[in-house]
Design a protein around this ligand. Structure first.
Ligand SMILES: NC(=O)c1ccc[n+]([C@@H]2O[C@H](COP(=O)([O-])OP(=O)(O)OC[C@H]3O[C@@H](n4cnc5c(N)ncnc54)[C@H](OP(=O)(O)O)[C@@H]3O)[C@@H](O)[C@H]2O)c1
Length: 308
């Protein structure tokens, strides 16, 4: 199969487009012919190595979510039949969707509706799972609460804005000038241009923060919470960030994988609650360009590969 892979850590230029062995299914796995895969911010961090961790076995194929067609089934994998259109997110610790094929635990796959193109399904998968777990399970966001969603122009945050509005929350978000109309279109009630305004001078007394940017934005975000408020951070490592206040809660969503999250994404999509974000489409051979764009951390919606 063709894949985009790398032989050592480094910048986007280490990504090579070439041949890799076809995957072989273990018991309980399905082989998927990948039609589309999305680019997630974590991919560039894995590629770069360093503080994010070192890969021990090369060549290494990035990529965590995908949509495609079941090509064959391992022993005991009876939930699907060859030809089914499915989408999903790899197990925690597994990657490899920047490729024409992948072996996946069938328990994590979900049926893709015919009406949803593969590339759209791939772009909803990991962002949707992350936003659903963060808002519904971690923050337990309630109707009438206020939430600051940091980084509204991004993949996860965009899904989160629509979900938070559906829950009935008052949504404040941050983005740069070119994303203001986009996040308003998603339903944000208040938009702060972080390049010209300091959100800590505008936002106060929030019930919740969903923090997707990282760095000093995470630490400053604690300032906007009311006593008893809670902050969920996904861009500050695998632990909840240390809180400078003892009257608020700092949380790290446990972003596990399960078919039920893919089914929830489809439920929300078919109900018109969430929409497919703007997608910039690349070929697998252009993975270096996609990775460089992702690493810039300034984009709107999603980057994705049309694989076939
Ligand atoms: N399993 C997990 O725990 C999990 C899952 C998914 C994602 N994540 C993490 O969550 C983070 C977000 O992921 P993603 O894929 O949604 O990212 P993304 O799509 O790459 O989002 C980048 C967005 O961040 C915005 N941004 C950059 N600097 C900002 C600032 N100072 N203030 C406000 N917005 C800013 C950019 O907006 P402008 O273009 O307007 O600047 C851009 O739209 C990443 O760190 C990722 O690794 C974790």
């Amino acid at each position: 199969m063709k894949a985009s892979y790398f032989e050592h850590h480094g910048g986007p230029e280490v990504l090579i487009y070439g041949d890799q062995p076809d995957p072989v299914p273990s018991p309980g796995e399905a082989i998927i012919d990948i039609h589309a895969a999305s680019v997630n911010a974590a991919d560039a961090k894995v590629r770069a190595g360093g503080a994010y961790g070192e890969i021990e076995t090369f060549p290494y194929i990035l990529g965590r979510d995908f949509s495609g067609v079941v090509a064959s089934l391992g022993e005991g994998a009876s939930d699907f039949t060859v030809g089914d259109e499915v989408f999903g997110v790899c197990e925690v610790g597994q990657e490899g969707t920047y490729a024409e094929k992948i072996a996946m635990n069938q328990a994590l796959l979900s049926v893709k509706p015919d009406s949803l193109p593969h590339i759209d399904a791939a772009c909803l998968a990991l962002p949707g799972l992350t936003a659903i777990i963060s808002l519904e399970e971690t923050l337990k966001l309630q109707p009438g609460e206020s939430i600051l969603i940091q980084g509204g122009g991004g993949g996860v945050a965009g899904f989160a804005i629509e979900l938070a509005k559906h829950i009935g929350a008052h949504v404040i978000t941050t983005c740069s000038a070119r994303n203001i109309d986009y996040v308003r279109g998603l339903g944000a009630d208040e938009v702060i241009n972080y390049t010209t305004q300091d959100f800590t001078e505008i936002v106060t007394n929030c019930d919740a923060v969903f923090e997707t940017v990282g760095g000093e934005v995470t630490q400053k975000s604690f300032d906007v919470l009311k006593p008893g408020g809670r902050l969920a951070a996904i861009a500050s490592g695998v632990q909840a960030p240390p809180s400078p206040r003892d009257d608020v809660e700092s949380l790290r969503p446990a972003v596990g994988r399960d078919r039920k999250y893919m089914e929830r994404i489809i439920e929300l999509y078919e109900a018109g609650v969430v929409h497919v974000p703007p997608i910039t489409v690349y070929s697998l051979a252009d993975a270096a360009a996609a990775s460089a764009k992702s690493e810039s951390r300034h984009l709107t919606g999603k980057l994705a590969f049309q694989v076939r």
